[in-house]
Design a protein around this ligand. Structure first.
Ligand code: FES
Length: 154
């Protein structure tokens, strides 16, 4: 369930849209910021609030990689492997991440520290290859830079 504070944010958001269903994406974001992921219970809660069927909410959550439908590790590494990043060596960045974190795309490391996801273009092609951790982008990566970046995260 959303907190009282977040329910107020949702009420404010709904006023900005002609239909409250249109507020689904930002409401899901609020839920994810609160919990770190979006459970099926939360999807039902949001569906009831916005008058949307559960299947619709589930479809949106599972379509966009920005939403987590399962708990993630302390650090969620999203590696772009789309065209620009692929041409600039994202496969080597992914190898470095897998080696350092002990997790492959779709997995969380055994210690719960790292979750790894392979994602489509994140709009930072000019800095390819890149990855994101939370809301931070790390660009123009090399395997060495990636190792140092991950090493710096405690
Ligand atoms: S292809 Fe990787 S950010 Fe665009």
């Amino acid at each position: 369930m959303l907190t009282e504070e977040n329910l107020k944010k949702v009420d404010e958001l709904r006023k900005r849209y002609p239909k409250s269903q249109a507020a689904l994406l930002p409401v899901l974001w609020i839920a994810q910021e609160q919990e770190g992921w979006i459970s099926e219970d939360m999807m039902r809660h949001i569906g009831t609030m916005l008058n949307l069927p559960f299947g619709h909410v589930l479809g949106v959550v599972t379509f966009y990689t920005m939403y987590n439908s399962a708990p993630k590790g302390k650090y969620h590494i999203e590696i772009c492997t789309n065209v620009s990043c692929m041409l600039r060596g994202s496969d080597k960045i992914l190898e470095a991440v897998e080696h350092r974190c002990g997790a492959k795309p779709g997995q969380t490391s055994a210690d719960g520290k790292w979750s790894v996801s392979e994602v489509e273009c994140m709009g930072a092609c000019g800095g390819a290859p890149m990855l994101a951790i939370g809301e931070e982008y790390y660009e123009n990566l090399t395997p060495d830079k990636t190792e140092r970046l991950l090493e710096s995260l405690k």
